[in-house]
Design a binder for this molecule. Sequence first.
Ligand code: ATP
Length: 897
Amino acid sequence: MFREFDAGATGLDTAEALQRLERYGPNRLPEAPPRSPLMRLLAQFHNVLIYVLLVAALIAGAMGHWVDTIVILGVVLVNAVIGFVQEGKAEDALRAIRNMLSSQAMVLRDGGHVSVSAEELVPGDIVLLQSGDKVPADLRLLRAKGLQIQEAVLTGESVAVEKGTDPVTEDAALGDRLCMAYSGTLVTHGQASGIVVATGAATEIGRISGLVSQVETLTTPLLRQMAVFSRRLTGTVLVLALAMLIFGVLVRGFSTAEMFMTVVGLAVAAIPEGLPAILTVTLAIGVTRLAGRNAIIRRLPVVETLGSVSVICSDKTGTLTRNEMTVQNIATVEGLYTVEGSGYIPRGGFLLEDQSVEADQAPLLMQAIRAALLCNDATLEQKADDWRVHGDPMEGALVVLAVKAALEPKMERQQHPRTDLIPFESEHKFMATLHHAHDGSAIIYLKGAPEQILARCAKVQGAAGEELPMDAERWRQRVEDLASQGQRVLAVACKPAQAHQQELDFNDVEEGLVLLGLFGLIDPPRTEAIEAVAECRTAGIRVKMITGDHAGTARAIAAQLNLENSAEAITGHDLDRMDDAALSARAREVDVYARVSPEHKLRLVTLLQAQGAIVAMTGDGVNDAPALKRADVGIAMGHKGTEAAKEASEMVIADDNFATIVHAVEQGRTVYDNLKKAIVFLLPINGGEALSIMIAVLFGFTLPITPVQILWVNMVSSVALAMALAFEATEPETMRRPPRPANEAMLSGFLLWRIALVSALMAAGVFGIFGWASTHGSTLEESRTYAVNTLVAMEVFYLFSVRYLRAPSFKFDQLFNSRAVLIAVAVAVTLQLFFTYGPVMERFFDTRPVDFVHGVEIIALGMALFMILELEKLALRKWRRKHGGSRCSPGRSEAKS
Ligand code: ATP
């Protein structure tokens, strides 16, 4: 095998690996080429309304209205370009987050273990696998220990298969090639190493899937719902328009040509053409902002779900705590040792019951520390003054302890080489190793959760090398004492083995062990997690800690974090004894769950969901996948998490920090608010315009705004203004209101009322100024120009109003605190000035310059709309206060004051 790939048992060297990378190319599946820009631009025209407009342009041309034809085509083109640019931005956002999730592989290079990007693997590399990893390339296994791999992506079989190193016949079917690990499959159990035999497109998965299509559409249930709404509205409007055409020609006696353009105007007026694009951009910006705060979205719909999360179930270690462990106490039969120093700097002395001791003068202490060092996979590295741990932080802390005790890790490992191991898995909660010393003696070391270790120990190691009888109760009490101080407790034991024993299995560590001592490690809560827990409380979100750690430790940390209920804890053992009804009742009250296994997590999520909670759940291990999938928001840890957990989750937290989850919820609420604001902003503009046209036709009035003018307002001004809402920052009150009920309709009674009110006010403004001007000496063209400008002025003022749906918008600092809004207004006003005073526009849109007095009137009407809405907000707030602002009051979720 090595010869075939010109590789050695110590792996490739970096130079060779680089050369091979050139030769074989990166280890990634070839992507389908992205859509060409031309295709993307053309796709912008694939829309019912655009078809209607193109037909209208054609008919207008046929009827000799060339100017209208040019205007319609021009506006359609501008709209397509805006859509094209926005879509490009949205796709860029998605691509960027995809790149943040590239996976890593542990490989042997230059004789040492290094973690490299999976894309850098080349044939001949030796890759190490452990449970939870996604196999990064096709591997021929060289060593396998309890290895099980789930190959569903290749074979469709979801039960994991056991793998080994024995060769199989060449014609074995894919599922029977037990000495191979294939790219894209998941390691569910055990450890292994293998040599890379194929990468990228040459792998089995590469051959099956051919090109991977990386195109993911930027959508969520709400966006889909709005798209359906838009389509239905379009259909209804088209039918209505036809009815109006008939009504206008037959009843009102308008000419068909005149009516045709009116009807096109109605269609343009009533259809919210800009809405889907704005919503997509809002979502893309939300996803980008989340990524900027370390929350990487894997499945887009979760952006919406985040906003309604009502329970967060979080791991403790590393998420709520810092995962920077330090051994603080060691308990042996001699008493309780205290270790000085903190962090990973290996400096600090030892005290026994307050008396300073030299570690090398205390043989039992040294024996326990040596066991903890050898039954350990972590390494400590010094770079200048910086000490860094590679591997599990808790194991790292034990290495630091060993160095404090003047042990030399490298030398110890050479003198007591490891022959075999049982790796740590959270189901059995211990790790065991078999060592042979040079004198031929063999020993087994075991370290793990005290319950697991104490149960296996018949004796305790005495200070002078003698073995004492085990007083299990006393040791249990010592565990409780350390745990109640928030320390994470580990027990360490040993057992002599036969010199010829080369393999270690579970039977060897079932019983007959000798307890060496207990280690108490501190892992303080993250400061930002304490703040985030407090924030959850005001935001109506319950935080539950679900940990594999001891109940006493978990309760102590919960108290430091100020969880709502840190006094009680349910253990995995209790969970097993409770039926669903009992657990469901307790789960409402209890916030600390200790010594739980992944199956318990699944049960808890299911029960909490049955109570109507929207549950976010964190996870990192391979067995957490079902609970992560089941949760409404499955969250995997970026550093600590296995690939299996990441694959099962909706979101990955790059910094493993609880505070990031809470930020993500806040951002989720913001995105939802902004989507809502965009809808509440755009719909009344369509409503106002459609109302104006319908009233004119029904009552036989002259149209106050021409169809092409409406086209201008909707496809240029409105889009420019609404875009600002996508950038709206989080409102200060966002995390001071309860979560949005998951089944809440987007358009609540309050929002429907607001849309109807603003529609009516806009129609009134347009008709008001048009009627007043045309009866007071203005020409038809002038009156229409005033009407269009009034509509846009109202839009501008409405934009300021809609930024705060319920709270007053009339606060100086709030009016001008958004750069996006100010830019959007500047753009809209400039365009409007050009529209009104530009000689070209006069030809195309039949506009006339607006004089000063009318200009003031127009702005006054815009302001009037703003003031009326402020009064309405005030009245509603008063009403709410009087009626207690009950949960069911309209628009509760936008509650502000
Ligand atoms: P959380 O679920 O909050 O991350 P946790 O890290 O304590 O908590 P597990 O990783 O399942 O959960 O660990 C459970 C227990 O197993 C620990 O409390 C510890 O006693 C023991 N343990 C953890 N890591 C190791 C290890 N590398 N070797 C031996 N025992 C370990």
